[in-house]
Design a protein around this ligand. Structure first.
Ligand SMILES: *Cc1c(COP(=O)(O)O)cnc(C)c1O
Length: 295
């Protein structure tokens, strides 16, 4: 199978708000990896796909909410690589389908709704056995796509960076991407995550857990900022909208409010608060998130 090319360009942001403070900001444009598959979703799926293939599986099954980028990306990847995909969606069906699920269905994903209490038990063997009885054998990709193989895929971001930097930043949903970035740094420099969920204190443990699952080195050169969620997952505020509009207009880099907008807002806010010393270079990973047919 032809894997997607991930060596995206690195672009410098020339903005007096940043340069006046002696800071340089570089952006790795992983949003350009694919029009429908978020850059980091591809990285997280890549080694899972290869593993599924190695094991002879023809079906991928995964879990997600009705607005999940991971469901969307898995459906697109399934179509691209000729694999059957099954999406187990939290909660009840709502018709008409929203754009995420409509896309997934159009791409050939079989959608199956699971009530919230069973969904919470989705890792339990009994629940998985029931799914196997219903759908036959499948390769299971966890919710959000974050597992040890996802960490491996995201660690490759670091291999593609040929510029000097002090901090590397990424948005955090489940923390899989951040765990990969930390693994790729191998203890050098510093990684900063920006949580997009409200009250995401669990993320620190989750990232440690994922690092252990991948390679067991408990690096400590990283931090997660929890205060840039703007009310919670996929929530926004006029202040964030205004920032996104201004940034997109000035730098011609599209941002959305779920992930990249919150991270860049956080980066600008920390710069303005003097969090980084003069002479610091930041590298932000633009993980993607904008899709061509989004409403
Ligand atoms: C899913 C997603 C994230 C979050 O990645 P995690 O590995 O779950 O932390 C960040 N950015 C975009 C664009 C995403 O789709």
């Amino acid at each position: 199978m032809d894997l997607l090319n991930t060596t995206t360009k690195i672009q410098e942001i020339n903005d007096p708000e940043i340069t006046q403070r002696g800071i340089r900001l570089l952006v790795k444009r992983d949003d350009l990896i694919h029009p429908q598959i978020s850059g980091n979703k591809w990285r997280k799926l890549k080694y899972n796909l290869l593993e599924a293939q190695r094991l002879g599986h023809k079906t991928l099954l995964t879990f997600g909410g009705a607005y999940s980028n991971h469901i969307y990306a898995t459906a697109a990847v399934g179509k691209l690589f000729g694999l059957r995909t099954i999406g187990i969606i939290r909660g009840e069906e709502h018709l008409p389908l929203n754009s995420t699920l409509a896309f997934a269905k159009e791409a050939g994903m079989q959608l199956h709704y699971m009530d919230r209490s069973t969904y919470r038990q989705k890792q339990q063997p009994e629940v998985i056995q029931t799914l196997q009885k219903e759908f036959g054998p499948f390769y299971l990709v966890p919710e959000g796509g974050s597992n040890a193989l996802a960490v491996k895929g995201c660690s490759e971001i670091l291999e593609e960076i040929d510029r000097e930097f002090d901090y590397i930043c990424c948005p955090c949903g489940t923390g899989g991407t951040l765990a990969g970035v930390i693994a790729g740094l191998k203890g050098e420099k510093k990684a900063l995550g920006f949580a997009v969920l409200k009250g995401a204190h669990f993320l620190t443990d989750e990232v440690k857990h994922l690092l252990l699952a991948y390679q067991a080195t408990p690096y400590s050169n990283w931090d997660i900022h929890l205060d840039y969620h703007f009310g919670g997952y996929a929530k926004s505020k006029p202040e964030l909208e205004a920032f996104i509009q201004k940034f997109t207009r000035q730098h011609h880099i599209p941002l959305e409010f779920v992930y990249s907008g919150k991270m860049f807002f956080g980066i600008y806010d920390l710069i303005q608060k003097g969090y980084f010393a003069r002479g610091t270079t930041l590298l932000a990973v633009h993980t993607g998130g904008l899709r061509t047919e989004q409403e």
